[in-house]
Ligand binder design. Structure first.
Ligand code: TRH
Length: 398
């Protein structure tokens, strides 16, 4: 249970993560935790409320363990808000993910600790402009002598950037440059040699996406399509297409479309899936970002929010990614808006035909965008630099 000895005074860091009803939040926190340890030797404690969901993206997790070491990270089962903590148990840097409520006993201990920890609220990703004004803003605790700072991921230099591991680009380029490796990887899911020449599409979306219409367009289209869909995604549409229950390994071909159901794969394999496909349908936050690093065309299904707020966020992203100066990307913008129910379209087949025709141009944009995003540095390094600056400022008050 003890940490590997750190050779220097790397800080300790605690992340508090609630899984809510999907995998995205733990997906992001787990990625962040691993990178902090691997690349910065930060000793991380990841508090997480739902180990069963965690295990789906990281099979090494023991769902019965109160505390366990996984990939250099101390994972603790966050069971309740109860309990008291000693100041010595508090990390140098404390991150609440998405404004979760940290246990009050832990917050009290933060206030009693010397020096007080650097405290961040790591927010959700949005392309909206207001984020630049709120990134790094402080917020005083109403009662205790503690200040929390907002940290926003984002797509511009005035935000915290995006999570990106060192070496990811080289790994991706090597994989995408090796057709045999991609064929072997996809072969694990039953994709055969002939399908390697089809348009390979991965499909990850929320249940309300118009999947039936899209599958029909692919089946009736002129170009062979192989669609790879993780188990449990769009189950009604997938089962209707298969004409049977959908399990990992289920497959059917109708017209030009072969559909294959995949197991829910561990996170590193999900990256490979995105790298190996010609087009990726992604959702939420983490798969959305991973699709951007894949450098391949993607369609985003945004997490639905009240009062259509998600449509505003979707338009803000499309405004950056598929802006009018990239007029050739209109097909992508239109398809994405329709996929998310932000506009009505007469025909999915026509929207798909337009998108398919634009794929070569979108592929160029995907690489361009990836390079632009990398220029902002990576979120983990940006966050640590900000923590260091805050610590320095606290030690040397003006
Ligand atoms: O699970 P999501 O819908 O997450 C969402 C978002 O994070 C959203 O912002 C949040 O508010 C909401 O949950 C509650 O989609 P997302 O973000 O893409 O996360 C999925 C994770 O699962 C991501 O880390 C990739 C991973 N994954 C695998 O590891 N294997 C797989 O086979 C698949 C399909 C996904």
């Amino acid at each position: 249970m003890s940490f590997p000895a750190a050779s220097h005074t790397a800080p300790t860091l605690a992340i508090f993560c609630k899984v809510v009803d999907n995998y995205g939040d733990i997906g992001i926190c787990w990625r962040l935790a691993r990178q902090l340890w691997r690349e910065h030797e930060v000793r991380v404690t990841l508090w997480v409320d739902d180990l069963v969901s965690f295990r789906r993206i990281c099979p090494a997790v023991d769902v019965a363990a109160e505390a366990q070491q996984v990939d250099g990270v101390l994972v603790r089962h966050w069971r309740s808000q109860e309990g008291s903590f000693a100041p010595g148990e508090v990390a140098d840097i404390v991150i609440e993910f998405f404004a979760v409520d940290i246990p009050p006993g832990y917050v009290e201990a933060m206030a009693r600790r010397t020096p007080r920890p650097v405290w961040f609220n790591l927010e959700g990703l949005t392309a909206e402009e207001w984020v630049e004004g709120c990134h790094r803003l402080p917020s005083m605790h109403p009662r205790l002598k503690l200040t929390k700072h907002f940290f926003f991921p984002g797509f511009t230099a005035q935000t915290g950037g995006l999570l990106h591991e060192a070496g990811l680009g080289q790994e991706r380029a090597a994989f995408q440059g090796d057709r045999a490796a991609m064929a072997a990887f996809l072969g694990r899911f039953g994709v055969d040699a002939a399908e390697m020449d089809a348009l390979k599409v991965s499909l990850f979306c929320y249940p309300h996406a118009p999947v039936d219409a899209l599958l029909r367009s692919w089946a009736e289209g002129g170009r062979p399509v192989t669609c790879l869909v993780p188990e449990g995604v769009a189950p009604a549409s997938v089962e209707a297409f298969l004409g049977a229950g959908a399990r990992a390994g289920s497959t059917a071909t109708r017209g030009a479309l072969t559909l294959r159901v995949l197991p829910f794969v561990p996170q590193p394999d999900y990256d490979r899936l995105l790298w190996a496909c010609d087009l990726n349908f992604v959702r939420g936050e983490d798969s959305f970002v991973r699709a951007q690093w894949a450098g391949r065309p993607f369609v985003w299904h945004i997490y639905p929010q009240d009062e259509g707020l998600h449509h505003k966020k979707l338009r803000a992203f499309l405004g950056r990614y598929a802006a009018s100066e990239h007029g050739e990307l209109d097909a992508l913008a239109r398809f994405s808006l329709a996929w998310n129910g932000a506009i009505d379209i007469d025909s999915m087949a026509a929207a798909w035909a337009d998108l398919q025709a634009a794929l070569p141009r979108i592929a160029i944009r995907a690489e361009e965008w990836r390079d632009d995003m990398l220029a902002h540095g990576d979120l983990t390094t940006n966050l640590l630099e900000f923590a260091r600056a805050l610590r320095l400022a606290a030690e040397n008050p003006v």
